[in-house]
Design a protein around this ligand. Structure first.
Ligand code: COA
Ligand code: HC5
Length: 664
């Protein structure tokens, strides 16, 4: 069970009524009219949010990072009837005719004049007037802090960096020192507001997430977690990182009192100190952070009463990030990136490095003696792209900085070991966590597909959006295996808006379904296939544009549901309907995260019978990671990856063999 699964009401509701088509057409005319009447203003003046104030940015510094921040629009609320209309379009390819007719009735009832939908919409509009972003606090709670399954695999993504040339312990420490230095360089850009503003389609994006990446931590709670950040430019601003080795945790200063980063030699000598002081494995206290959040929340609350534990927790919370100096573990050379991806996602298991982690920490880098490097990040505070900017910057820095390790200094402050007083109950929980992480490891199937035949240059040469191209190839793959389309999630950025996070692109569409059917039917001419493919791409691109412009349907529907709950009302029938359940049971959960480096990124499926697919489209190749659960007899990530590769090749053949007239 995973984060988007928690929105699903598993209480299907079906009534079969078949209204006349002409009556439906009239209804939709009415719907569109209402939609126009209810347009929300899209640009509203921004004030500094509570979040910004709590981060110590009450006096905004006008560095280039925030040049555009004030002019960012507030997240709009789409017109109700527009969302309902588009919702019906999105569920049609997933439902039987009978179920679809029922859903139309349910939707119509929800959206009728002066009905439940309109009332909730008005309440939502009222909420939006009071907040910088009507969604972001809700989203943080429901998608992350109230989500109770372990963050490992279910929430926290893994990132695999290109293999480093590490042949000795000294190489491992040298690379780690450079890496620390690179992160501090990036931190300086954040702290001085001098990062260049991220852009999408030439438009500036909200940069707020960068403040939630370093010196940030999730705090477990018995029912809901919390998220804390420690701002720079304050007298007590964190100047240390945590270094983990063989399940020991050390606090290591990486800046002097004035905040000036230590030299590579100083960092190296500190890391060496940690390595030499921790030759024997410690009790894997970090495994507690892999547990179910309620379990860990209860244990944390109790352990935190002990002053030694409280001090250690505080040190971890405040640290700029966590660096894991991993131990070697067996791996087959052919599958090196799959091996490192497992290290990134869950530390490779209790016999490997899973205890050498602290999964509540927002950023954890690891460096292995075999050259495997990467990170995992706790997702609550930020989306993938800001994390990838940090990784791209740090790798470029680490690879360009001179190997200045000659003068081995000893004048760096000695690292201090963090101690924990663990009671019997905590020790039992660690034992249980060991078993659970190993069972999760055994259940997770992970396939890395470096697709080498072409990259995003090929779709571009065909005047097609590479992202839409890949998404339709994923649709074709699913259809080939299962003979039908399934609910598919693609992350769409809402960062054009103040404090924006994501919405959903529902990639299974009427057009993608028609294309998949045509591909599977014998006798379809290449020209027909090519035309249907281009139509599917256009439809996907259209949905993408809606989603990134605040007109997506998933977050709007979520808002309507949450406002009903907040007002103490019954959850409306629309959310109990089969269509809602089925269309939010994302059998295919996908995300595009482009990077400057040749990274492989991965995450788990969000439903037990689903796939998690992350891809980094490069100019001449495409990096995919496909995950599934072994316990599901229906899914197989190896098969999916193989068929995806075939689909991508088949689509190229179709496009190349179709006459130019097949273009739209
Ligand atoms: N012909 C030629 N080139 C085209 C084209 C066409 N018809 N359509 C697009 N392209 C080009 C673009 O100009 C762009 O060029 P660039 O490589 O020089 O930048 C490139 O192809 C990529 O565009 P496209 O594939 O259409 O995708 P996108 O970059 O617009 O991304 C999303 C689409 C949905 C991924 C993006 O809008 C988004 O929301 N990203 C954030 C996702 C996210 O946050 N993920 C992590 C969640 S934690
Ligand atoms: C380093 C790549 C991380 C990608 C993480 C990601 O895409 O997370 C999605 C966040 C969102 O709100 O859409 C969730 N998802 C993993 C379930 C797609």
């Amino acid at each position: 069970m995973s984060m988007y699964f928690c929105f699903v009401f598993v209480q299907p509701w079906a009534v079969t009524i078949s209204p006349q088509r002409s009556q439906e057409a009239k209804k939709f005319y009415h719907i569109k009219y209402l939609a126009r009447m209810m347009q929300m203003p899209k640009v509203v003046k921004m004030g500094l949010s509570k979040t910004a104030a709590s981060l110590g940015r009450v006096k905004p510094q006008h560095g280039r990072m925030f040049l555009h921040q004030k002019s960012l629009a507030r997240l709009p609320i789409p017109p109700l009837q527009q969302t309902l209309y588009r919702y019906l379009l999105s569920v049609e390819p997933l439902l039987s005719k009978e179920d679809f007719e029922t859903t139309k009735k349910v939707v119509e009832d929800f959206g009728k004049p002066n009905g439940v939908g309109q009332r909730l919409q008005m309440a939502l509009v009222k909420r939006a007037k009071k907040l910088d972003n009507w969604l972001s606090q809700w989203w943080l709670s429901v998608a992350y802090l109230e989500f109770r399954s372990p963050v490992v695999v279910n929430v926290s993504p893994g990132i695999v960096c290109p293999r480093e040339n590490i042949n000795s312990e000294s190489d491992q420490l040298k690379f780690a020192s450079k890496f620390i230095s690179g992160v501090l360089d990036f931190k300086h850009l954040i702290d001085t507001n001098s990062l260049p503003v991220d852009q999408m389609g030439g438009q500036p994006l909200c940069m707020d997430q960068y403040y939630k990446v370093l010196a940030a931590c999730r705090i477990p709670g018995p029912r809901k977690d919390d998220l804390v950040f420690y701002p720079p430019n304050k007298p007590d601003a964190p100047k240390h990182i945590i270094v983990a080795h063989k399940n020991h945790f050390y606090t290591v200063d990486v800046m002097d009192k004035e905040g000036v980063p230590l030299t590579l030699s100083q960092l190296y000598s500190q890391l060496k100190f940690v390595l030499e002081a921790s030759t024997q494995p410690e009790i894997p206290v970090g495994l507690l952070t892999t547990a179910h959040r309620n379990t860990w929340g209860k244990v944390y609350k109790r352990l935190n009463k002990d002053p030694t534990n409280a001090k250690s927790f505080d040190n971890i919370k405040r640290a700029i990030f966590l660096l894991c100096l991993d131990s070697s573990s067996s791996q087959t050379e052919q599958n090196f990136s799959a091996h490192v991806a497992r290290q990134a996602l869950y530390g490779g298991g209790s016999g490997s490095n899973s205890g050498n982690r602290w999964y509540d920490k927002t950023i954890q880098f690891f460096v292995s003696p075999n050259g495997g490097t990467g990170l995992t990040y706790e997702h609550s505070g930020a989306e993938g792209p800001p994390i990838i900017s940090l990784v791209d910057h740090t790798l470029a820095y680490a690879h360009s900085i001179a190997d200045d390790f000659n003068a081995m200094t000893v004048d760096a402050p000695a690292p201090k070991k963090l101690n924990f007083n663990l009671d019997l109950d905590a020790l039992d929980t660690i034992e249980e966590a060991k078993q659970e992480i190993d069972s999760l490891a055994g259940d997770l199937q992970l396939t890395i597909l470096p697709f080498k035949h072409y990259g995003k240059d090929f779709p571009k040469s065909q005047k097609l959006s590479p992202d839409a191209f890949i998404q339709i190839a994923i649709q074709l793959t699913y259809y080939k295996i299962y003979g039908r389309s399934a609910a598919t999630y693609e992350s769409a950025s809402l960062r054009k808006y103040q404090y924006g996070r994501t919405d959903t692109i529902r990639s299974a569409s009427i057009a993608s379904n028609a294309f998949c059917k045509a591909m599977e039917e014998s006798g379809t001419k290449p020209s027909e296939k090519a035309m249907l493919f281009r139509k599917a791409i256009l439809s996907h691109k259209e949905y993408t544009n809606l989603a990134i412009n605040g007109d997506g349907i998933d977050r709007h529907l979520l808002g309507l549901k949450l406002i009903a709950i907040e007002q103490g009302e019954n959850v409306p029938d629309l959310f109990m309907d089969t269509a809602y359940t089925q269309s939010s049971h994302f059998n295919v959960s996908t995300s595009q995260v482009p990077a400057k480096h040749d990274l492989v990124m991965c995450f788990g499926p969000v439903v037990p019978d689903g796939y998690g697919i992350c891809y980094n489209p490069r100019q001449n190749h495409l990096n995919f990671a496909v995950s599934a659960f072994n316990t599901s007899p229906e899914t197989d990530s190896d098969v999916f990856a193989k068929r995806l590769s075939e689909s991508l090749l088949e689509i190229r053949d179709v496009l190349e063999s179709a006459p130019p007239t097949a273009k739209l």
